[in-house]
Design a protein around this ligand. Structure first.
Ligand code: GAL
Length: 403
């Protein structure tokens, strides 16, 4: 066998392995991605060291085992472009480059996400991808990136342009030779739930940025947990396997610490409110992107973030998300069918005082008698039950699995 034959056989094999790897775009995220995102706490204060320490902490803390596999690098990682117009990371923040960092993250059994914007500049005014989509997608692929959050600051307001810009990036990612999922981040302002799949995206952000608060009482326009639930609930019929409503990052565990999520009234939440965020982000199969400092998480916050029974609802293979069946001034009730034939039922007390609430299963469309498991108490609480009645704290959500 001569050298050139061996070389061309190797090239042929490697081209085969590239095409064998490329997954159809609508199968890139069969369940909602889970992980940790840099933005809400660290904003631009990010580095190779922070990402490595976070990856270590996520493995040691049991988060990766529980399904939180991604680290999503958000805005302000960029260092501009080199003489060939290749995007480069900020050399002070990422002195080893992104490829070495991705290798490290992958060596932990995790995945790495990155951020760009469908304009010339990102929201923070950093280098973005308009006009360089294919080149940037190739760069991301060569670094080993698994996910791209693609923002829409500094771009035209109309929907047609947004669709076209997202499609251009999705096509570029498809051609890059690596499976890279695409999160569309136009804040639900152009009904991206309607066209996300068509343009090659996997996730559609439903609102403007989440703040670390229950709801926008100061009228500054920030999005609290309840505001996001109320905006997302009517969109739930658009969600399906591989097309997930992105309700933005989890603020669980931030406790009002300063950072982007503390703006516009983000003063922190009660544990009941954080439990509600986790419960409903799971009922709707939002991606779960934690944003607290993974190197120091309290037991109370771990209880919420690592509730595997609630996470199982988020990741349920049936991929049918919750429907809001009851919506009154005092409470809301959500129902979600699950792959094993059981149902998840969530009761949210939106009032500011404890309430005794009743869920009559037949009225929710669930005829029959059920074994009721409380997913926050981790125990079966009733057998052959046709309803549940009990106390729900102010702003708390209880989640039951009915078998
Ligand atoms: C916003 C986006 C945030 C964050 C920020 C970075 O548009 O909604 O999640 O990515 O940009 O500048």
């Amino acid at each position: 066998m001569n050298k050139s034959f061996i070389l061309s056989a190797a090239l042929f094999a490697s081209s085969l392995s590239v095409s064998a790897q490329s997954t159809p775009r609508n199968q890139l995220t069969p369940t909602p991605p889970m992980g940790w995102m840099t933005w809400n706490l660290f904003q631009g204060d990010i580095s190779d060291k922070l990402i490595r320490e976070t990856a270590d902490a996520m493995v040691e803390g049991g988060y990766v085992d529980a399904g939180y596999k991604y680290i999503f690098i958000d805005d302000q990682w960029q260092g501009g472009r080199d003489v060939h117009n290749n995007m480069i990371p900020d050399p002070k923040k990422f002195p080893n480059g992104i490829k070495a960092l991705a290798d490290y993250v992958h060596s932990k059994g995790m995945k790495l996400g990155i951020y760009s914007d469908a304009a010339q500049l990102t929201c923070g005014g950093w280098t973005a991808s308009l006009g360089f989509e294919e080149q940037d997608a190739r760069t991301f692929a060569s670094w080993g990136i698994d996910y791209l959050k693609y923002d829409y600051c500094n771009a035209p307001i109309d929907s047609a342009t947004a669709r076209q810009r997202y499609r251009t990036m999705a096509d570029a990612l498809s051609k890059s030779g690596r499976d890279i999922a695409l999160g569309i981040c136009e804040w639900g302002q152009r009904q991206c739930e309607e066209w996300c799949e068509e343009v090659g995206g996997q996730l559609w952000r439903t609102t403007y940025d989440v703040r670390d608060m229950w709801k926008d009482v100061t009228n500054e326009g920030g999005m609290g947990i309840l505001d996001i639930v109320n905006i997302t609930s009517p969109l739930s019929s658009y969600a399906r396997k591989g097309q997930w409503p992105d309700m933005d990052m989890l603020v669980v565990g931030l406790h009002g610490v300063s950072g982007p999520s503390s703006a516009l009234g983000g003063k922190g939440c009660t544990q009941a409110e954080y439990q509600t965020q986790m419960s409903l982000w799971c009922m709707f199969s939002s991606p779960l992107a934690m944003t607290n400092d993974m190197r120091k998480v309290s037991e109370e916050d771990r209880r919420i973030l690592l509730n595997r029974e609630v996470i199982a609802i988020n990741q349920d293979p049936l991929g049918k998300v919750a429907e809001r069946k009851v919506n009154t001034d005092t409470h809301q009730i959500f129902v979600r069918p699950l792959a094993d034939g059981s149902y998840a039922v969530a009761l949210l007390n939106v009032s500011d005082a404890p309430l005794t609430l009743t869920a009559d299963f037949a009225k929710l469309g669930l005829s029959g008698k059920y074994t009721v498991r409380d997913l926050w108490q981790h125990r079966d609480i009733a057998k052959n039950a046709k309803n549940w009645k009990g106390k729900v704290q102010a702003h708390e959500t209880k989640v039951f699995r009915l078998k």
